[in-house]
Design a protein around this ligand. Structure first.
Ligand SMILES: Cc1ncc(COP(=O)(O)O)c(C=O)c1O
Length: 365
């Protein structure tokens, strides 16, 4: 087994980032009002549009995905019209709290964590009354579930005045994402997941019609006011100081992703996820998410009921061998643990982690 020079991250963000991408952040800085930055910004923008599959703009600026949850709601939901949130995991739930915290009228379709919200449930709600937006998390990182976004998109497209907000934070570049084809109006992502970048940037693809509606809304905040972001985007910059080192890294990482091919990257994620699930089942574990909605980027494994391993001991064992996985999230903390397999992760290292967990379990028998 290789001797570790650092602890390799198998957690669902931030993920392991390759050395060349980390080093891209150490380029000499440039000012964000300089031609050098404008060129860098334009290059990143062109690549982001390709990974998002959108002809619209993709705002990218300091912050994280959470900031663009807030941006979506502040720029696209007009009081007193409600927003409909789909909540079947921690992040779906949290986004609804963010909408409430921003003074919006929130309604929720709730399912138990790990259970699917069916498109028909959304259809029934939309028939009842007008919603300014439907918001959902595509890949729910807390439960290891890939929610049926394309099917729900089809329902929402039947309501032309209802926007579709989708969180693809732990999906983009690891699962198929079709921003324009699915009719997503605000598509929120973070770099520190399947894109394989360090954290520090928030990203969102935003449709033209959101900008039109934003003009009707008086209080849109400032930092993530889309009209403000747009006014600077057309000049290839951002209203406030962006994380310039991140832009260097993003330019490089996105270039590599496009060179390798998005489809190949998505296929690799599917293989790693299948490998993890097959291993888990063979070891006597259950899978937390409802079949067949398994995430291609993170597998949430049921420890109780199941082998009931001591997570703290496993964590110490894995760290000593140069790896770290994640325990369960929120209420799933005791019951589950999570193995992320996203970004530039490869079969070889994943196999090492799985073998180590099996070895740990054998030692406990
Ligand atoms: C599905 C999902 N949405 C949103 C977030 C929050 O993203 P950020 O931490 O980049 O704000 C996370 C973080 O793990 C996530 O997994």
């Amino acid at each position: 087994m290789s001797k570790p020079d650092h602890v390799r991250l198998f957690i669902p963000g931030p993920v392991e980032v390759s050395k060349d991408i980390l080093e891209a952040q150490t380029e000499w800085l440039v000012g964000h009002r300089s031609q050098e930055f404008f060129d860098l910004f334009a290059s990143v923008q062109a690549k982001l549009r390709k990974i998002y599959k959108t002809r619209h703009r993709v705002y990218a600026t300091a912050g994280s995905g959470t900031n663009f949850w807030e941006g979506a709601v502040l720029n696209g939901v007009r009081n007193p019209h409600p927003i409909l949130h789909l909540d079947n995991g921690i992040f779906g739930e949290r986004w609804s709290k963010v909408s409430r915290a921003n003074g919006k009228k929130v309604e929720v379709i709730k399912a138990d964590f790990g259970k699917v919200i069916r498109p028909e449930q959304v259809a029934e709600k939309l028939k009842e009354k007008h919603y300014d937006a439907v918001a959902m998390v595509y890949n729910e990182t807390s439960t290891g579930m890939l929610n049926p976004a394309p099917e729900i998109a089809e329902i929402v497209r039947g309501y032309p005045d209802t926007f579709f907000f989708v969180d693809v934070v732990s999906a983009i570049c690891g699962a198929p994402v079709e921003t324009d084809a699915w009719g997503i109006d605000v598509c929120v992502a973070s770099p520190q997941k399947a894109i394989g970048l360090p954290p520090g940037m928030g990203m969102a693809a935003v449709s033209d019609r959101v900008l039109e509606r934003a003009k009707e809304i008086e209080y849109r905040g400032w930092a993530y006011d889309f009209l403000q972001l747009e006014s600077w985007m057309v000049k290839n910059s951002t209203p406030a100081t962006p994380p310039v080192p991140m832009f260097f890294a993003a330019d490089k990482a996105l270039g590599q992703i496009l060179e390798q091919g998005l489809d190949a990257r998505v296929a690799r994620h599917a293989e790693l996820a299948q490998m993890t699930r097959d291993w888990a089942v063979a070891q006597g574990f259950g899978l937390f998410a409802e079949a067949p909605y398994f995430s291609p980027t993170v597998t949430v494994i049921e420890n109780e009921p199941g082998p009931g391993i001591q997570y703290g001991e496993l964590d110490a064992f894995l760290r000593a061998h140069g790896f770290v996985i994640a325990n369960g999230y929120g209420p799933m903390k005791q019951r589950t643990f999570r193995i992320a397999h996203m970004g530039d992760e490869q079969h070889k290292y994943l196999q090492e982690v799985l073998d180590l967990i099996a070895e740990f379990m054998k030692g406990k028998k």
